[in-house]
Write a protein that binds this ligand. Structure first.
Ligand SMILES: *Cc1c(COP(=O)(O)O)cnc(C)c1O
Length: 247
């Protein structure tokens, strides 16, 4: 199994290089984040031993249970990529370097309150629902600029860019459209030169569409299946569970 994960990583790295070459980008411009929901610790260790350093979890509880491992590997960085409920922010800010999924003002407020108490700041990305699918979290594209402006008022939140989930099971054109839209929103926000807002990171692209995402400007791609194999839980469990959007 160890062999398999290493092999998968090699394949993915090679595919990333090719996608970069094809679109005239430097390999270093694109980082690989491993999406590790449902993946057992042993497999994470294999990836860490193979030199991977960026890991993303979707749920606070799973993050907490995997956290002890993190301390053995000093270069490892955890990110939060799932839907974040306001009552879970405390756990999440304790462990992660970057939250990819800030998609509403109320969540920004909850984060700010917690961070003020702890007297610290955290890096965030603003998640946009570029596919307009009901089941996906993320702010509507039209609301992106205003949300970024509002979030920028919280001095504990360092806005570093944007994140999206491309339309799944769609053809390349539809997916590409999602990624292009995110890039456009990034440019639009950059032009405003909002104080304290950085727009350098574009987190987009998963196992099925990361090459398209790289072509469209991704700086972080998030891969699970391609590296660790099929998950036993459907993604709906993580993405549009029994919780409401404004929770
Ligand atoms: C699970 C997940 C991924 C990775 O998905 P794969 O298709 O397995 O590569 C990426 N981003 C988010 C937000 C996820 O929840």
């Amino acid at each position: 199994m160890e062999h398999l994960i290493e092999k998968n990583l090699e394949t993915v790295r090679r595919q990333m290089e090719l996608a970069c070459q094809a679109s005239g980008r430097k390999t270093e411009e694109v980082k690989l984040l491993l999406a590790t929901k449902t993946v057992p610790i042993e497999k994470l260790e294999m990836a860490m031993q193979a030199g991977e350093t960026l890991f993303g979890e979707n749920k606070a509880q799973e993050l907490r249970s995997k956290f002890p491992l993190m301390q053995q590997y000093q270069k490892v960085e955890w990110h939060f990529i799932g839907h974040l409920q306001t009552n879970k922010v405390k756990d999440v800010v304790k462990y992660v370097k970057l939250i990819h999924s800030v998609d509403r003002l109320k969540l920004g407020q909850a984060l700010h309150q917690q961070l003020m108490k702890e007297n610290k700041a955290i890096d965030i990305l603003v998640q946009i629902n570029t596919s307009y699918e009901e089941s996906k979290f993320g702010a509507p594209p039209e609301a992106a600029l205003e949300l970024v402006e509002q979030l920028s008022q919280f001095e504990t939140l360092n806005i570093k860019g944007l994140m999206t989930i491309g339309k799944l099971g769609a053809n390349n054109d539809e997916t590409r459209h999602c990624f292009r839209l995110l890039k456009q929103i990034q440019m639009q926000i950059k032009e405003r030169e909002i104080p304290r807002v950085d727009m350098d990171i574009l987190s987009m692209g998963m196992s099925g569409d990361f090459r398209v995402a790289i072509e469209e400007g991704a700086t972080i791609i998030r891969l699970g299946t391609n590296v660790f194999g099929q998950r036993y839980l459907p993604d709906g469990y993580y993405w549009n569970e029994h919780i409401t959007h404004d929770d």
